[in-house]
Design a protein. Structure first.
Length: 185
């Protein structure tokens, strides 16, 4: 069975109902999944150790909330430091070639807002170009992303029923992600 590495890029996971719930769903699986929580690792990453985890993985999942039309800065920091020249790309950077990359992310807004006529003027896939290009540069196989709209929940501010809705949607997201990972294994 394929080794799966999940890079959790939420900067404040304890306060994220959606992303925390998705990781809980993954933890209940019998699949060989290792999770690296960037919120615990911080900004000064053990680069060589993280690169070893990537080498061992067959499937790499970036799990994150969709912030400002991309990923949080903490995940971007990981990508900039760990996916370095000579490791992930360049004439000698072949460590990730052939590995599968799956994006798994939550979106606070509604699906209707992500259209040519919606508030954000683009469909969600149009915002994923940099991830697709990162996978291509590293020789990775960019797989179908798993994402869920309407995951905005702010503890102490949002209504209880919003929390129940987000938790249910996040459990479904986790199940869909596991199904995708099984198919790729």
């Amino acid at each position: 069975m394929s080794q799966i590495l999940v890079i959790s890029g939420h900067p404040d996971l304890k306060n994220s109902l959606a992303n925390r719930t998705i990781l809980e769903e993954l933890a209940q699986s019998d699949m060989p999944i290792r999770v690296r929580r960037l919120d615990l690792l911080g900004w000064d990453l053990p680069v060589a150790e993280e690169q070893d985890y990537l080498r061992q993985a067959d499937i790499i999942v970036f799990q994150f909330p969709f912030y400002w039309y991309s990923c949080p800065a903490l995940l971007r920091n990981y990508m900039e430091k760990v996916l370095s020249h000579g490791f992930a790309y360049g004439s000698e950077g072949t460590a990730l070639q052939g590995k599968k990359l799956v994006l798994s992310f939550t979106i606070g807004g509604a699906e209707k807002d992500y259209s040519s006529q919606g508030q954000h003027r683009h469909v969600i896939d149009e915002f994923l170009y940099t991830f697709q290009q990162t996978a291509a540069l590293c020789g990775m196989v960019y797989e179908k992303p798993v994402y869920t709209f309407g995951c905005l929940y702010i503890p102490g501010i949002s209504r209880k029923e919003d929390g129940e809705r987000v938790e249910k949607a996040s459990r479904l997201h986790g199940a869909e992600l596991l199904e995708e990972l099984r198919a790729l294994s």
